[in-house]
Design a protein around this ligand. Sequence first.
Ligand code: NFD
Length: 273
Amino acid sequence: PGTTSNITDILTGRCEEYRKCLLGEPCLPFYRNVKCRAAVESFFKGIRNMDPCATPDNAYDEFLNMVPPTTVRGTTMFWSGVMGNNIPQDVAQVTPEFSVLEETFPGYMAGNLSWCGATDGDGTGLGLNFTVCPTWTSETCPNNTKAAFWARASKMLATQAVGDVYVVLNAQRAGGAFNNGSIFATIEAPNLNQDVVTNVAIYLIPDFTLPIPNEMYRETCTNGSVLYLQNFLMNMNFNVTCEENPKEIMWLQCARFANSPYCGPYAKGTPVV
Ligand code: NFD
């Protein structure tokens, strides 16, 4: 995929927006003093002149310590397998009760951008590739420049979460709603803190992007990988709740896909398909 050629300007602009509290997100006094030029410099520092598939885990630590992801107690929301239509991010944006990584300082800065390191230089002298970046796959390029960023930011998000937390999962995800290889499974869930997290609420939503609702592969709160996740979390001593088609998320899905069999007066229980 192509890269974001003006990424330095975008990061700087988004940093200024966030720091000056122009976004309506929780805005900490700590952030007000962020020096955006220094923050953007530290964002690139660990990846310049680096192989884009061999990024060290700690490449962004200096940056992430300058602008750590912070969420209000009881609002942290994770998501996995529901990328296609940005539903959790959009719900979180208009619902103060929920905060996702993409609304935190580092998540807002890097959201929807594409970038990577380059060892051979490409004439810019910046040690970055401004033409094309390798696609992340666990086999060909696991330690991708971008993957390392989201992995570390996700870890910090989970580590600092306090109170009730939420995770939105796709009931019809191929291979199971709770995907073993996902960042939620490998990084976020294992880094939640039993001493301060009061409940993990699983929000299981249907996949509205499917051309035909596939009931065969629709998990519920009492079967498949979702049941596995509940047991996994309970074994870690967390309180766990699970809800299918929660209204907190469904309202936006149903606003966007108004004719869905999962919406409307007949949607309770088994959907009419
Ligand atoms: P997904 P998830 N390395 O739907 N987050 O649980 C790389 F590089 O399966 C936010 O993995 O959910 N990419 C963003 C990966 C990105 C990897 C990633 C991996 N090991 C994570 N695994 C963001 N805003 O862009 C999956 N991907 C790709 C945080 C996958 O191809 C959020 O806090 C797809 O494009 C959220 O709670 C995207 O990452 C959780 O981790 C999502 O994969 C979602 O990661």
